[in-house]
Ligand binder design. Structure first.
Ligand SMILES: Nc1ncnc2c1ncn2[C@@H]1O[C@H](COP(=O)(O)OP(=O)(O)O)[C@@H](O)[C@H]1O
Ligand SMILES: [Mg+2]
Length: 1081
């Protein structure tokens, strides 16, 4: 696949100066201008980004742009600061290399903006999340705070950084920010008390006065009017495009986000106000009688207000402004201050107050943004230091000297790494190389920082020297020592060449910096280097009842009096720059070289001479030349092979030989043209980025394939392990199931076997038992037979010794004797002859049972016969009748037992004798067998009517009891049956033959006290009469009676005795006549 390089597509000029053809300074500038005119402010020299300040906002920093540059190859898209930021960030994240972003350029060239762009880009692309976002926000918001206190409007830049700032952003292994550390370098504190024409004091003063609420100002005892304050320059108090009031709110907000407490913010503002107040303290001379000049504070109001703000006792401060105490060994000497000294003391205090406040702010911010974890982290350092500065009118002072020294050092690093280091590397690696000349500014650095005769060293020496020390003595010293240095120029130096140089005033020296000549006025060098604050002042400050102030002036603590001089400003700065350089050198550098297109801070203006100058001193041409002659990319063989080994079958996955040979095989296999790369001793050098892109692109594809492969294998593995797991589980399940099934089957078989076994055993046992039984029987039989046989044998043998049949005889005799005794006893105990005597002797022997019973029976029968033989004929007849009654009724009718003892009288009425029945007797022809009074039951209502009942041999007659008149006469043959109940009543129904003459009126229902006798007699009549069938006697509790036409059921019930013990009879309905018989009747 063709590598996409929009760096080359639609390019305005060339995006990378390396591609510039022909290469000359003019074409270089022309290319920059062309691109600048088309709003292309970024141009590459290899991996270095040149940035030209557009002085207007361009639409190239949108979130879309961030996305566009995110994770893209450096040369893939058109040049942009984001490409560099992305490259640095990815290198940090993916290759674990600490990075530093070096931003250099003159003041106003856009360094600070560039650093902010880099930070915001990194913030946008790195990880997200609540915690991470908070860290990011704090890191970003530290900028406005530091800018308010450390930036000021200068003639070159409306927002010029007046301090050096180096910020380490710390990331974890994922590339998420953890925190940061800010280092600040030498704030230009002289600005607090005096600003060059056309410049302002630090922003914060103006922001506070314009932005703070009336209330706040009142609390701080401030007035909104700038003109009231000596320290604020008035000619440029208002800056176009700067809204101080709005910025004040931004700063307050930023402080809050960074984590400042409200009381901390208040303290900070109080200090700022105090500085302003301090500026307003003025002194007037006062001559003392001893001739010395003293100073007096003109108007104490400001002093008072300031003291109130800081909680300082006014008198203490007042004294500190009037006297200076010098401590030497054990002595303390106080001298009065004259007006100039008093002003000096005041300004020194103001500068110290402000610069210490600034350092405190940095420390405080660091406290907030420092990484919370101790885990190993990677670092990206962003260096935004004040740019090279030249005041054209020669008004350059100690500050500029320091600033420019710092820039020299940075240039040095750039030269070291991009020009010298690179060229030296080619030589070292044995690559064919023609040396390219460039200006090495090491000599200038040496002039300034050399420990023996460097300018800074001499300044220190001068400051520490006893005796009178002035700026002039310092210059004299320079003039002697540095006279021969080719970059040092001074009118009075031993080098006579400058004696007539009128552009060089007497109180100045000039240094040919890498970026041009700078004329420094020595005035103030010694003081500024000394950075002296009278001890009386620091002690006064320490006494303040204000926690922050106390912290800022620790040396004022009388308990810790330190007689040693504090290190000079120059010394401190040199040390910190040294540390910074070491720090930078340990990191992978990324350069942004900022160029200022014009001096007017105007957009669209490209001042060629100005740019040419910068291009020259920045060594950009040399940079391009080295780049062009050299190689875009180099890498040691091992990491190179490691990175690209997947592109060739021979090197993938492992190369056994030397790394270099591996890389050679790789390059041959990939058919990279030989002129595109060179083999160094330990590194491969790739000439063209395009080749690198080609490799990278191939690698990316290959990685994708590998990822797919890994994915494939992983998925396969995952599926297989899942399958194996399933299989294993299935085997376990199957095993368990089989075991269970087999157990069950086994159990069934076992049970079956047991049954079969038990049957078999049973069968066998039975067989055996049979066998044994049979044997036993045989044995028994044999024994029996043997016994009998022996018995027979023995008896046969012994028969001759006994009398034959003696046994039987004895037996018979014994029986006879027993019988005899039995019979005799029976005779003796014979019962009486009464048939009802139940006595009978008991039998003596059981075997006599039958005979004994039989004898009893026979005796009873005999006794009865004897008894009967005594009967007369009449008595016999009576007994016959009684017997018959017994046969009919015994156990059938409950009335019967009571009749047994009653003799059957027959004629109860004595009908033949009683004259009353004469007539009736005469009507009845035959002999009356029975005469009695009966109750005839009325068929309709069951009421009884007394009737005379007569029974003759032929008829049954019913007659009126009173009159004796015959009411009915029924011939016996017309009677078919008699019905009686089973109970104790005397009711009986005479049933008549159907169709007979007597049956017209229906059957008779009668009741008699002599029922048994009547029925017996009636029955006998039938028995004795041969031509008649015997009368049926029907005994039951329910029978039908024919009353005229209807059949009525007569039902006997057992009822409770009501009207005495009499039987009651009731007609219940047509078909039922109920007779209630008392139970106890
Ligand atoms: N990339 C940019 N886009 C728009 N304006 C810029 C850009 N870089 C710088 N500027 C303008 O130039 C001014 C000076 O830039 P600054 O970064 O403060 O300079 P330096 O820090 O180098 O002194 C900024 O205030 C801003 O107005
Ligand atoms: Mg700046």
């Amino acid at each position: 696949m063709e590598v996409k390089t929009s760096l080359l597509d639609n390019m305005i000029g060339v995006g990378d100066m390396v591609l510039l053809e022909p290469l000359s300074e003019d074409s270089f500038l022309e290319n920059l201008r062309k691109r600048f005119d088309h709003n292309e402010i970024y141009t590459y020299i290899g991996s270095v980004v040149i940035s030209i300040n557009p002085y207007r906002s361009l639409p190239i920093y949108t979130p879309d742009k961030v996305e566009e540059y995110r994770n893209r190859n450096f040369y893939e898209l058109s040049p942009h600061i984001y490409a560099l930021a992305d490259e640095a960030y990815r290198s940090l994240r993916d290759q674990d290399k600490d990075q530093c972003i070096l931003i250099t350029g003159e003041s106003g060239a856009g360094k600070t903006e560039a650093s902010k762009l880099v930070m915001s880009y990194v913030a946008a692309v790195c990880g997200k999340g609540q915690e991470v976002n908070k860290v990011k926000e704090q890191l970003l918001q530290s900028n406005p705070v530091l800018e308010a206190f450390g930036n000021a409007k200068t003639v070159r830049n409306d927002n010029s950084s007046r301090f050096g700032k180096y910020m380490d952003i710390e990331f974890d292994f994922k590339g998420d920010p953890l925190g940061g550390v800010i280092s600040n370098y030498l704030l230009e504190k002289s600005r607090v008390v005096k600003q060059p024409r056309g410049e302002r004091n630090f922003h914060v003063f103006y922001q506070l006065l314009s932005g703070a609420s009336d209330d706040t100002l009142k609390k701080l005892k401030l007035d909104r009017d700038f003109s009231k304050y000596n320290y604020l320059s008035l000619d440029s108090a208002m800056v176009n495009g700067l809204d101080d009031a709005a910025n004040f709110r931004t700063v307050r907000n930023a402080m809050q986000i960074v984590g400042f407490m409200e009381d901390e913010v208040q303290s900070v503002l109080q200090l700022v106000a105090a500085v302003l107040k301090l500026g307003n303290i003025e002194f007037k001379p006062e001559s003392r009688c001893n001739g010395t000049d003293e100073s007096r504070i003109k108007d104490k109001n400001d002093l008072k207000e300031m003291c109130e703000l800081l909680g300082i006792e006014q008198s203490v401060l007042e004294r500190a402004f009037s006297y200076r105490t010098v401590e030497a060994k054990m002595e303390k000497v106080s001298t009065t201050l004259n007006v100039a000294q008093a002003y000096y003391a005041r300004d020194a205090l103001a500068k110290n107050l402000y610069s210490r406040l600034f350092s405190w702010l940095v420390t405080r911010i660091n406290e907030s943004i420092k990484a919370q974890t101790k885990a190993r982290h990677k670092v990206m350092g962003v260096l935004d230091i004040y740019g090279f500065e030249i005041f054209e009118d020669g008004d350059n002072s100690f500050e500029q000297f320091i600033i420019n020294y710092c820039n020299e050092k940075l240039q040095q690093i750039f030269i070291e790494l991009t020009l010298r280091e690179e060229q030296e590397e080619y030589v070292r690696e044995g690559i064919e190389w023609t040396n390219i000349e460039y200006f090495n500014n090491a000599i200038i650095c040496d002039l300034i920082e050399n420990n023996q005769n460097g300018i800074l060293a001499m300044l220190d020496e001068e400051c520490l020297r006893p005796g009178t020390v002035t700026d002039e003595t310092f210059l004299d010293k320079l003039n002697t020592i540095c006279a021969e240095h080719q970059h040092f120029e001074s009118r009075l130096s031993k080098n006579s060449k400058f004696l007539t140089d009128h552009s060089l005033p007497h109180n100045c020296f000039r240094i040919q910096h890498y970026a041009g000549k700078v004329l420094y006025r020595v005035e103030g060098f010694v003081d500024k280097n000394n950075d002296l604050l009278y001890r009386d002042l620091s002690q006064a400050m320490y006494k303040a009842n204000h926690s922050l102030i106390k912290q800022l002036f620790p040396e004022g603590n009388p308990a810790k009096v330190n007689l040693k001089r504090p290190p000079t400003a120059g010394f401190q700065f040199r040390a910190s720059v040294g540390t910074l350089m070491k720090n930078l050198q340990s990191k992978n550098p990324n350069y942004i070289r900022c160029i200022k297109p014009n001096d007017k801070k105007a957009s669209h203006i490209f001042t060629e001479s100005l740019v040419r100058h910068q291009v020259r001193y920045l060594g950009l041409m040399e940079n391009v030349r080295v780049r062009r002659a050299g190689y875009a990319f180099r890498q040691a063989y091992e990491p190179c092979l490691e990175r690209y080994k997947m592109l060739c079958k021979n090197t993938w996955p492992h190369w056994r030989g030397l790394a270099r040979e591996g890389v050679e095989v790789l390059m041959t296999d990939l058919q990279v043209p030989a002129e595109e790369f060179s083999y160094g001793r330990s590194k491969i050098f790739i000439r063209n980025p395009r080749t690198l892109f080609f490799l990278e692109e191939r690698r990316r594809q290959c990685l994708q394939d590998l990822a797919t492969l890994i994915q494939k294998i992983y998925r396969g593995w995952k599926c297989r392990s899942h399958f194996l797991l399933l299989k294993q589980s299935q085997i376990v399940v199957a095993a368990w199931y089989r075991r269970y099934a087999q157990q069950k089957k086994y159990q069934t078989i076992k049970n079956a076997t047991t049954v079969v076994q038990s049957y078999t055993r049973g069968w066998q046992a039975r067989k055996l038992l049979r066998e044994l039984k049979y044997q036993k029987r045989c044995k028994e039989a044999v024994t029996t037979i043997a016994a009998y046989w022996h018995g027979t044998q023995v008896r046969r043998e012994y028969r001759k010794f006994f009398r034959a049949n003696a046994g039987k005889k004895i037996y018979d005799f014994t029986i006879q004797r027993i019988m005899q005794k039995y019979f005799l006893g029976l005779k003796r105990d014979m019962p009486s002859m009464s048939p009802i005597d139940k006595n009978w002797s008991t039998r003596p022997y059981r075997f006599l049972d039958g005979a004994h019973t039989e004898l009893r029976r026979i005796f009873h029968l005999w006794r009865c016969k004897k008894y009967r033989d005594q009967f007369t004929e009449e008595k016999k007849a009576v007994y016959e009748e009684k017997l018959e009654a017994s046969e009919i009724f015994k156990d059938k009718k409950a009335l019967y037992p009571s009749s047994v003892s009653q003799p059957f009288k027959g004629d109860y009425l004595e009908i033949s004798k009683n004259p009353k029945y004469q007539k009736l007797n005469s009507t009845v022809e035959e002999k009356v067998l029975l005469a009695d009074v009966v109750n005839k039951i009325n068929r309709a209502n069951g009421k009884g009517t007394a009737r005379i009942f007569l029974l003759t041999k032929k008829n049954v007659v019913l007659a009126d009891q009173k009159t004796g008149q015959v009411k009915a006469s029924v011939p016996l043959p017309d009677l078919t049956s008699v019905s009686v109940s089973t109970q104790t009543d005397g009711f009986f129904a005479l049933k008549l033959k159907e169709g007979s003459a007597s049956a017209v009126k229906g059957d008779f229902l009668l009741s008699s006290e002599h029922l048994i006798e009547i029925i017996t007699k009636l029955h006998r009549m039938g028995a004795t009469t041969a031509d008649r069938t015997q009368l049926d006697v029907d005994i039951s509790d329910e029978f039908l009676v024919q009353f005229k036409q209807e059949k009525v059921c007569v039902k006997f019930i057992q009822g409770a005795p009501k009207n005495g013990n009499s039987v009651s009879c009731k007609r219940k309905n047509n078909r039922l006549l109920e007779v209630s018989v008392p139970t106890t009747a």
